[in-house]
Design a protein around this ligand. Structure first.
Ligand code: PLP
Ligand code: COI
Length: 371
C-alpha cells in the first residue's frame, strides 16, 4: 500500500486484487449503454465532526455495508455530481471543467447542510480513479467515462433535530455511450403541469437525490405519453419553462446569420448546468448571440407555430447537446421546426464535443489533463 497527499487529505492506494480480465472489459466497453457498467475501483473519503475529511482511499469497487438506521436511507441527505473523462484523439485522457463540478458539489452540500470537500481533493479523487482505471476510458469517439462523485449522510439514528455528524464521499466511474439510446435523434418531451420539480426556497439548484426521486412520477407520465423526458415548469404559475429531468433547455430564434439562442435564467429553482454555462460562452464566439431569459409554454408553442422558434435543444453532461423534436402535454402537442436536428443545435454540439475530444483548441482552460 502506498499513500499520496492532496492538500491535507491522504489517499491510501489499495488496487483491486482481481480486476476484470481484459477480454471481459473489452466486451463491456463495446456496448456500455449509460450507467450500467462500472470500473474496477472507487475512491472513498470520510468526514466526521471531530476529524473533518480523512481516510481517503482508492480501493476495489464494491458494495457498502450500512446500518438500516443510517440517515441517508431515511432522510435522503445526499448530493452528487456528474462529469466525464474523455480519451482525446492525440492520446491524453482529460476531464471537462472538473473544478466547476467541485464548486457545484460544494454549493449543493451547503444547501443540504453537509460539509464542503476541498476542490483540490475532489479533483485529486478524479485523477486517482481515472489514472487507475484508464483502460476503462472508451476509445470510441462519442463514448466517455462518466464520473459520479456523491456524498451520503452516514449517521446511525432516526432523529431529525440536526444533520448527520458523519458523511461518506465516494467516486465511481462508468463507461458511457449516448444517454438516449438510438444515437443522436431528436427527443420528445412531456410538459408536466400536474407535478412540479422545485419551488422557490427549495432544493432545485442543488444536485441532490430527492429532486430526482420526486421526478419519477412525472417521468412515468412522460413514458406513458410516449415521451423521453419531462419538461418542468415553475412551481408558482405552472407556466414558465424551467428545465428537464437531467438537462437544461435552449431555444433557438431565427435562422442563418440572424439566429440567436436563449436559455431560461437561473431563478434558484433550476440546476446551473455546466454544459449550459459552456454554451452561453461558446455561442457568441460562433457569432450566435446568447441570452438568459424566460419563456412560457404558450410562447413556446406560438413561437414554433409562427416559425420564430426554429430549434430547441437539451444540454447536459449525460445528454451532451440533444435536439428536442416534439412537445406533448395534456393539452395537445406540437413539433419544433420539421422535427429534425437543426443547424444551430448541431454547430454548438460540434464545438463543445470538439473541445472535449481535443479536435478544437481549448481557449477557456476548461480541459483538465488527467494522464
Ligand atoms: N439539470 C438537471 C436537473 C441535471 O440533473 C443536469 C445534469 O447534470 C443538468 C441540468 C445539466 O447539468 P450539467 O451540464 O452540469 O451536466
Ligand atoms: C448528468 O448529466 O450528469 C446527470 O446527472 C443527468 C442524469 C443522469 C441525472
Amino acid at each position: 500500500m502506498t499513500a499520496t497527499t492532496s492538500t491535507e487529505i491522504d489517499f491510501a492506494l489499495r488496487p483491486a486484487a482481481s480486476p476484470l480480465p481484459a477480454e471481459e472489459r473489452e466486451r463491456l466497453l463495446a456496448d456500455p449503454g449509460f450507467g450500467q457498467v462500472f470500473t474496477d475501483h472507487m475512491v472513498t473519503i470520510r468526514w466526521s465532526e471531530d476529524r473533518g475529511w480523512h481516510g481517503g482511499r482508492l480501493e476495489a469497487y464494491g458494495p457498502f455495508t450500512l446500518d438500516p438506521a443510517t440517515a441517508v436511507f431515511h432522510y435522503a441527505q445526499e448530493v452528487f455530481e456528474g462529469l466525464k473523462a474523455y480519451r482525446q484523439a492525440s492520446g491524453p485522457i482529460v476531464a471537462f471543467r472538473p473544478q466547476a463540478n467541485a464548486a457545484r458539489f460544494n454549493r449543493s452540500a451547503v444547501r443540504m447542510a453537509m460539509p464542503e470537500l476541498p476542490e483540490a481533493a475532489f479533483v485529486r479523487a478524479i485523477d486517482l480513479l481515472v489514472t487507475q482505471d484508464r483502460e476503462w476510458v472508451p476509445f470510441e469517439e462519442g463514448h466517455s467515462l462518466y464520473l459520479r462523485p456523491f456524498m451520503i449522510a452516514t449517521n446511525r439514528g432516526l432523529g431529525v433535530n440536526k444533520p448527520s455528524p458523519t458523511y461518506l464521499f465516494t467516486l465511481i466511474a462508468s463507461p458511457a455511450a449516448s444517454y438516449f439510446g438510438g444515437g443522436l435523434r431528436p427527443v420528445s418531451v412531456w410538459l408536466s403541469r400536474e407535478y412540479t420539480r422545485a419551488a422557490p426556497g427549495g432544493t432545485g439548484a442543488a444536485k441532490t437525490g430527492g429532486n430526482y426521486a420526486a421526478a419519477f412520477a412525472a417521468q412515468l407520465q412522460a413514458l406513458a405519453g410516449g415521451c423521453d423526458q419531462v419538461v418542468w415548469l415553475d412551481a408558482v404559475e405552472h407556466r414558465w419553462v424551467e428545465e428537464m429531468g437531467g438537462m437544461n433547455l435552449f431555444f433557438v430564434y431565427g435562422s442563418g446569420s440572424g439566429a440567436r439562442v436563449m436559455t431560461p435564467a437561473l431563478t434558484g429553482t433550476l440546476l446551473p448546468g455546466i454544459t449550459r454555462d459552456s454554451l452561453l460562452t461558446l455561442a457568441p464566439e460562433l457569432g450566435i448571440p446568447a441570452s438568459e431569459g424566460r419563456i412560457s409554454v404558450d410562447e413556446w408553442r406560438a413561437g414554433c407555430e409562427s416559425g420564430e422558434i426554429t430549434e430547441v435543444f437539451a444540454c447536459g453532461t449525460a445528454a451532451v447537446v440533444t435536439p428536442v423534436g416534439t412537445i406533448r402535454g395534456s393539452s395537445g402537442s406540437w413539433t419544433v421546426g420539421d422535427g429534425t436536428p437543426g443547424p444551430v443545435t448541431m454547430r454548438l454540439r460540434e464545438e463543445l464535443v470538439g473541445i472535449q475530444y481535443g479536435h478544437l483548441a481549448d481557449q477557456h482552460g476548461w480541459i483538465h489533463k488527467i494522464i
